[in-house]
Design a protein around this ligand. Structure first.
Ligand SMILES: Nc1ncnc2c1ncn2[C@@H]1O[C@H](COP(=O)(O)OP(=O)(O)OP(=O)(O)O)[C@@H](O)[C@H]1O
Ligand SMILES: [Mg+2]
Length: 453
């Protein structure tokens, strides 16, 4: 698993590209040098042979066969690399240092290549040779050649040693690449695991710094500074919401109590009574909006993460179902809960209850009388889901993303009371629990699912 990750890293891919480029250029360089060297060495040998043949043929013309055999015999004895063989019309050797006419293979322009046996201090070695055959009048044939053992040694360097060196370099490159990627992966893993902890709500965590002072440290330092700033902002925001909650919510409650008190002083049927009643209703809506906003802020701040416990969603759903039974009955809606086993998640039960209550509230509120609302908590093996489905008008697919935003209410719901914050809270609570809110079609109606990872 880790090995597969290693090969998938950017560092390894870069090393791989460089190693491949290097291998290609090294291979091309070796091939080019090989070809050029071989050509130069052959040209040198061919020139020497050519010169010798010219000299020998001149000798033959001037002094005849006797002169030629003398020179060949003399040269055969002294030359270390020169090879000569003069044969008669029937192939019998007349002079030279080769024992027998070799099995020659033509190469280049009438030049031939062959191997011959050379005696060195009692040992017989097979050596490669390159030469040229010269036909003389009278059916005589002269082979003038040179031992090219050195050339084939050089060639061997190109054909065996150098490719092996390139292979070795490739292997070293790959091993180096794997080591480099492993190093990078270790650093990245540290950053990733710390980031996950921070995402899980621990804003006080910081990325580790190494003593190397490399790019990763610069990145980690910048991210840490960013986290410091985010933490300060979050703290500031929490202070603001806390004080707003404290300083505004209590005066609102006092205002409501005073209005209620004032109501008692009116005689029944007083026209001002209904004015005060609507002022109370307005204050109630204000308090409700306020509570929703505070709850959303609480869910989004992630502070509730520290107070999470195992929550049984089927019990929670059952309680919400009981709570809304009277409202449903009043609205002529059949509200029922699908029976279920224990479905546990780690979470904040207050916020989860509030989120489910908002979904059930919507379902009952927007479904016309005669409809059905069903609540279900399920664990299908892949994950836990909390589902509220109704048979009402539903939400058009293009509006489903929009209704989750704060204060968004669809045109069709203008006549029913609400602030447009219900689904925002559900989404915030879902995010807090690493879950997501999904709105889909219930054919007919809306199916709202909170899907836990
Ligand atoms: N079950 C539903 N069926 C049809 N429309 C819905 C349903 N639930 C929500 N909506 C639409 O989505 C909008 C946003 O819902 P949301 O719960 O956020 O706000 P609200 O119900 O209008 O007000 P609040 O819940 O704050 O009292 C609603 O105004 C309504 O138009
Ligand atoms: Mg609502």
């Amino acid at each position: 698993m880790r090995g597969a990750r290693l090969f998938a890293t950017l560092a390894f891919r870069i090393v791989l590209i460089y190693v491949a480029l290097f291998a290609l250029s090294a291979g091309a360089l070796v091939a080019f040098t090989y070809w050029n060297t071989k050509r130069a060495l052959n040209a040198e040998t061919d020139q020497t042979i050519q010169a010798e043949i010219a000299g020998l043929s001149e000798q033959y013309q001037r002094q005849g066969l006797g002169g030629l055999t003398d020179v060949i015999t003399a040269r055969s004895m002294h030359a270390s690399l020169g090879l000569y063989l003069l044969v008669g019309p029937l192939g019998h050797p007349l002079a030279g240092n080769l024992d027998a006419w070799p099995a020659v293979q033509p190469s280049g322009r009438r030049f031939v290549e062959f191997t011959y046996e050379r005696r060195i201090g009692g040992m017989v070695e097979r050596h490669p040779a390159r030469g040229r055959v010269f036909n003389l009048v009278g059916g005589l044939r002269l082979l003038v050649a040179r031992d090219v053992r050195e050339r084939s040694d050089t060639e061997r360097i190109f054909t065996t040693t150098l490719p092996w060196s390139v292979m070795l370099m490739l292997t070293l490159g790959l091993v180096g690449g794997a080591l480099m990627s492993r190093n990078l992966l270790t650093r990245l893993d540290q950053i990733n695991s710390t980031s996950r902890e921070i995402m899980a709500g621990d804003l006080s965590r910081r990325l580790p710094l190494s003593r190397a002072g490399d790019e990763f440290d610069t990145l980690a330092r910048n991210l840490n500074r960013m986290l410091d700033r985010i933490e300060r902002l979050m703290k500031g925001m929490r202070e603001v919401t806390d004080s707003v909650a404290h300083d505004l919510r209590s005066p609102l409650n006092r205002l409501r109590n005073r209005l209620e008190g004032a109501l008692k002083h009116f005689a029944p049927g007083n026209p001002q009574e209904s004015e005060i009643e609507s002022a109370i209703a307005e204050t109630d809506r204000l308090i409700a909006t306020f509570d929703s906003l505070l709850l959303i802020a609480e869910a989004e701040a992630g502070a509730a993460r520290s107070s999470m416990s195992q929550v049984d969603l089927s019990i929670l759903a059952h309680n919400v179902c009981e709570l809304y039974a009277p409202v449903a009955e009043e609205g002529g809606i059949a509200l029922h809960m699908a029976p279920s086993q224990k479905v546990e998640v780690k979470g904040n039960s207050n916020l989860l209850s509030q989120a489910l209550a908002n979904l059930v509230d919507n379902a009952i509120k927007y479904t016309p009388p005669g409809g059905t609302v069903s609540i279900k908590a399920e664990d299908n093996g892949q994950g836990v889901r909390l589902i509220v489905a109704d048979t009402g008008p539903g939400i058009a697919p293009e509006d489903r993303a929009r209704v989750i935003e704060r204060f968004v209410r669809l045109e069709a719901s203008r006549h029913s009371p609400g602030t447009g914050l219900g689904l925002s809270l559900v989404a915030a609570v879902a995010r807090l629990h690493e879950a997501r809110l999904e709105l889909s079609d219930n054919h007919p109606g809306l199916k709202a699912s909170v899907i836990f990872a």
